[in-house]
Design a protein around this ligand. Sequence first.
Ligand code: HEM
Length: 224
Amino acid sequence: MTDSSLQADYTETDIRQLVTQFYAQVRQDGQLGPIFEQNVQNWDEHLDMLCDFWSAILLGTRRFKGAPIARHAALPELSWPLFERWLEIFNQTTATLGKPALQYKADAMADRIAAKLWQTYQAQSSQTRLPDTLPPGLERYSQSPVFTPDNLPDALRRAHNTKSGTWGLLRVQTGVLRFALDQEPFTEVVLTAGQCVAIEPQVLHHVEFELPGSFQIEFFKQVR
Ligand code: HEM
């Protein structure tokens, strides 16, 4: 079955039913339930947000304003088996709705998003932290423009480095940015609003937006 062979057979009402049924099951689950109970304060708000999320994905609406990557990255002790359990319950729920197009598209998107969330979580938690402050004795001499997904130069998305003696201090203003070293120790960090990373002279690295936002880099050199 392909996506295009199925006509959209669902509405906002079906999406709300999916979300409500799914989280009712999740809350009762021995592994997942406690994680949600510890982290969700207001279930009505949470379910509304998840309806907006799935409505954005399945119907192309634009109400969702969350930051799932950052939210999940901040949860302690996630594991891939937990994501598998999440997907198992999700697939069971979509199968009960009698809406093949909804089931097909929602299941496919859930797989992709779960993989992405896990990839980011793993990258973040296995990191040897990168420094977020510069060594003493440097002076600031310039700064980059504010970069967003719209003006981010391709060169910054590929391995590149600062020139000899130049340090950078990258600060994320909004959104979520992945910063990766392209040389030993090949560490990567997923930075959210307000977080910084210090960039050593000539060390190869690249960046990629995980969620749209903005960042800026200040440049420093040794005081003579
Ligand atoms: C191991 C699997 C998962 C666990 C334990 C989990 C747990 C949670 C928790 C506790 C929150 C609330 C966080 C907070 O408000 O601080 C949350 C939010 C959310 N989750 Fe998950 N989640 C999992 C997988 C997924 C997957 C696979 C998706 C999507 C396909 C998803 C979509 C969302 C969304 C959209 C939010 C709201 C994000 C926001 O507040 O911006 N989750 N999740």
